[in-house]
Design a protein around this ligand. Structure first.
Ligand code: HEC
Ligand code: HEC
Ligand code: HEC
Ligand code: HEC
Ligand code: HEC
Length: 470
């Protein structure tokens, strides 16, 4: 595992720095290991979100006020001057996605859901709106705000209630056109990700490029799409159902200290070249039911990236029959087959939380809002290098696995169990979302629901563990 994970990391870092490069760099030089020690000097703050409807039907303007502070001094970094953000390889991105209760980001590319035709790799089917490179993508002070470019906060009218002061606070605005898929879009989420590099700080492993990435914990904030014509402050509490917990569950393994089955430390959760770190509320904005690995795929069937399928599949390699392979950034091949879960895989409580009252979030039935998992976006991607790809951003034509089967089959991937799910359970591995719950109805909970004959908690022998009761 270690070898392949190292190769994965190297491929990604090299390609990532190549893509973000402003100065020329020796292609064979490797980015040093992530500088976790310096992450304590950076904190991402989404201080405010304001929205207003525009004159165009279905369109909102979303304004995000943000800052990067140093918790050790309480001061805010000037991201347009400070070396960690102005050195080769640094980045800062704001993501805007919806609906926060079940992300699909439908309409993020265009409100007509017209396919994207392109010869380059990298377009996803259900990505949030991404405002990248805000540490460099700035607007001269004199100019009016341009969508997608950062501006400094100069007045409290521009940036209401930034705590504790206006100094080194920034804002960015973007027009978005959320389209309903499954449920009406009421709430959205802003993510803040990207990383500074270790330059000009004490203890940096390298004083020349390539610098070490500093994996700052990503931030998120939820907001409501208010029916208002004037920009209105709209931050709200996270409306999404709790399922797993990073701090108390994932981090008991992903902490650079706990050992895997080969006696090697399990890395802290830092993905995508050090840009997306230790915050699952950010991951699920993209790792949503409609996302596959189509961005960099040029052959073979798409792999679902939906968290409820992907995270099960990654950790259950010792139990699965089929390898779980994701084509990642820059067309890297990420084969998770040799991961061995260093705990009892059937103990769902290694990752899942219990709700007040005792119900485990791994139990059935799923909430009716939970979408099926896309396995085929309807895109044309198997084309020769440089050929025309057509990425379908309309989820209505996606072929999906019904949601419960998508969840259980992340681990239980045997052909005969799949056929049980279809024949006995009413599941489908290739249907449209519009059919799910209408003509295609899952019946899993009638046998695997709480208290039923094959209760999920009982078959996984959980009832006796960690105070779990039924
Ligand atoms: C019992 C320990 C354990 C728990 C709990 C755990 N993981 Fe893991 N996870 C692992 C191991 C071991 C690997 C393989 C890492 C390696 O050796 O490179 C892994 C790999 C991963 C990977 C792939 C990493 C990569 O570099 O490509 C992701 C993503 C991941 N885990 C996410 C999670 C999330 C999210 C949770 C909580 C919901 C979680 N893990 C809980 C042990 C665990
Ligand atoms: C802005 C969207 C976005 C966010 C945020 C995001 N991902 Fe991804 N992720 C993707 C896409 C798209 C792919 C498929 C490869 C590609 O196109 O880059 C992917 C691939 C992956 C893979 C498989 C390939 C690889 O690179 O190892 C893992 C594991 C992964 N993501 C884990 C995570 C975790 C964990 C988080 C949160 C800490 C996260 N991702 C946040 C979009 C995102
Ligand atoms: C390695 C971590 C991990 C383990 C172990 C794990 N799960 Fe999960 N599970 C996840 C993640 C991550 C999600 C998606 C979280 C999200 O959407 O916020 C998920 C989602 C689910 C869901 C969907 C819940 C919802 O409301 O959408 C069910 C059901 C589920 N898991 C069942 C199980 C069962 C049953 C087991 C034990 C046999 C299990 N899981 C073990 C990580 C894990
Ligand atoms: C994280 C991986 C994981 C997930 C997700 C998961 N299971 Fe399991 N399941 C296991 C493991 C491991 C076993 C134990 C198999 C063994 O001991 O041979 C198991 C056993 C079972 C058994 C008993 C089968 C037997 O032969 O004894 C049933 C029934 C079952 N699971 C149903 C489900 C259902 C329904 C879901 C979805 C709600 C689900 N599982 C999700 C890993 C998982
Ligand atoms: C009529 C009752 C019934 C329904 C409905 C049903 N199951 Fe099962 N399921 C069972 C029985 C019985 C077993 C065998 C359990 C055992 O061996 O202990 C089983 C076993 C399983 C297993 C474990 C298989 C193995 O051997 O590893 C999974 C996973 C599973 N079911 C998922 C589902 C899913 C997903 C659905 C809905 C799409 C579903 N089941 C619907 C009764 C049912």
């Amino acid at each position: 595992m270690k070898t392949s994970s190292l190769i994965r990391g190297i491929m990604q870092c090299t390609l990532l720095s190549a893509a973000l490069m402003f100065a020329s760099q020796n292609a064979s030089s490797q980015t040093p290991a992530p500088a976790w020690g310096q992450a304590q000097y950076f904190k991402y703050n989404i201080e405010n979100v304001l929205v207003n409807k525009t004159a165009i039907a279905g369109q909102w303007n979303v304004k995000v006020v943000f800052s990067v502070t140093d918790p050790t001094t309480g001061l805010a970094w000037n991201i347009w001057e400070a070396l960690p953000y102005q050195s080769v390889g640094a980045g800062l991105t704001i993501d805007i996605g919806w609906d926060s209760t079940e992300f699909s980001n439908t309409g993020s590319v265009n409100s007509q859901l017209t396919s994207v035709t392109t010869t380059v790799l990298g377009t996803g089917a259900a990505m949030p709106v991404q405002l990248r490179n805000l540490n460099n993508n700035r607007e001269p002070l004199a100019k009016p705000p341009t969508p997608g470019k950062a501006k400094p906060c100069l007045t409290t009218a521009q940036c209401p209630d930034p705590a504790p002061s206006l100094g080194n606070r920034f804002y960015v605005e973007q027009l978005v056109t959320p389209v309903t898929f499954g449920q009406t879009v009421a709430k959205g989420r802003v993510g803040m990700e990207g990383h500074p590099v270790c330059n000009g700080l004490s203890g940096c492993p390298s004083a020349i490029a390539p610098f070490a990435n500093i994996p700052v914990r990503s931030a998120t904030a939820d907001f409501a799409f208010l029916d208002t014509g004037t920009p209105t402050v709209t931050k709200v509490a996270d409306p999404r159902r709790p399922v797993v917990d990073f701090e108390t569950k994932c981090k008991t393994c992903h902490n650079d200290k706990s050992l895997d089955r080969n006696g090697l430390p399990i890395p802290r959760l830092s993905l995508h070249g050090g840009n997306r770190n230790e915050n699952l509320k950010l991951c699920v904005m993209c790792h949503n039911p409609n996302q596959t690995d189509v961005p960099y795929r040029t052959s073979g069937p798409e792999t679902p990236l939906d968290f409820k399928t992907m995270i099960h599949s990654i950790h259950s390699a010792g139990f699965r029959e089929q390898p779980f392979i994701v084509i990642g950034f820059g067309a890297s091949i990420n084969d998770f087959s040799d991961i061995r879960f260093p705990a009892t895989l059937s103990n769902c409580l290694n990752c899942h939380v219990q709700l007040p009252g005792g119900k485990g979030t791994f139990e059935l039935p799923l909430a009716s809002s939970v979408l099926g998992t896309t396995v085929k976006t309807g895109s044309t991607y198997a084309v020769p290098a440089g050929g025309l790809r057509t990425i379908s951003v309309d989820p209505a034509d996606d072929l999906k696995i019904t949601p419960t089967a998508a969840t259980c089959s992340g681990c239980h991937d045997k052909a005969e169990v799949r056929s049980h799910m279809i024949k006995t359970g009413g599941a489908s591995f290739s249907t449209l979302q519009q059919n799910i719950g209408v003509t295609v109805k899952e019946r899993c909970a009638s046998c695997h629901g709480p208290g039923k004959e094959k209760d999920v908690s009982r078959v996984h022998e959980i009832s006796s563990k960690e105070g779990f009761y039924h």
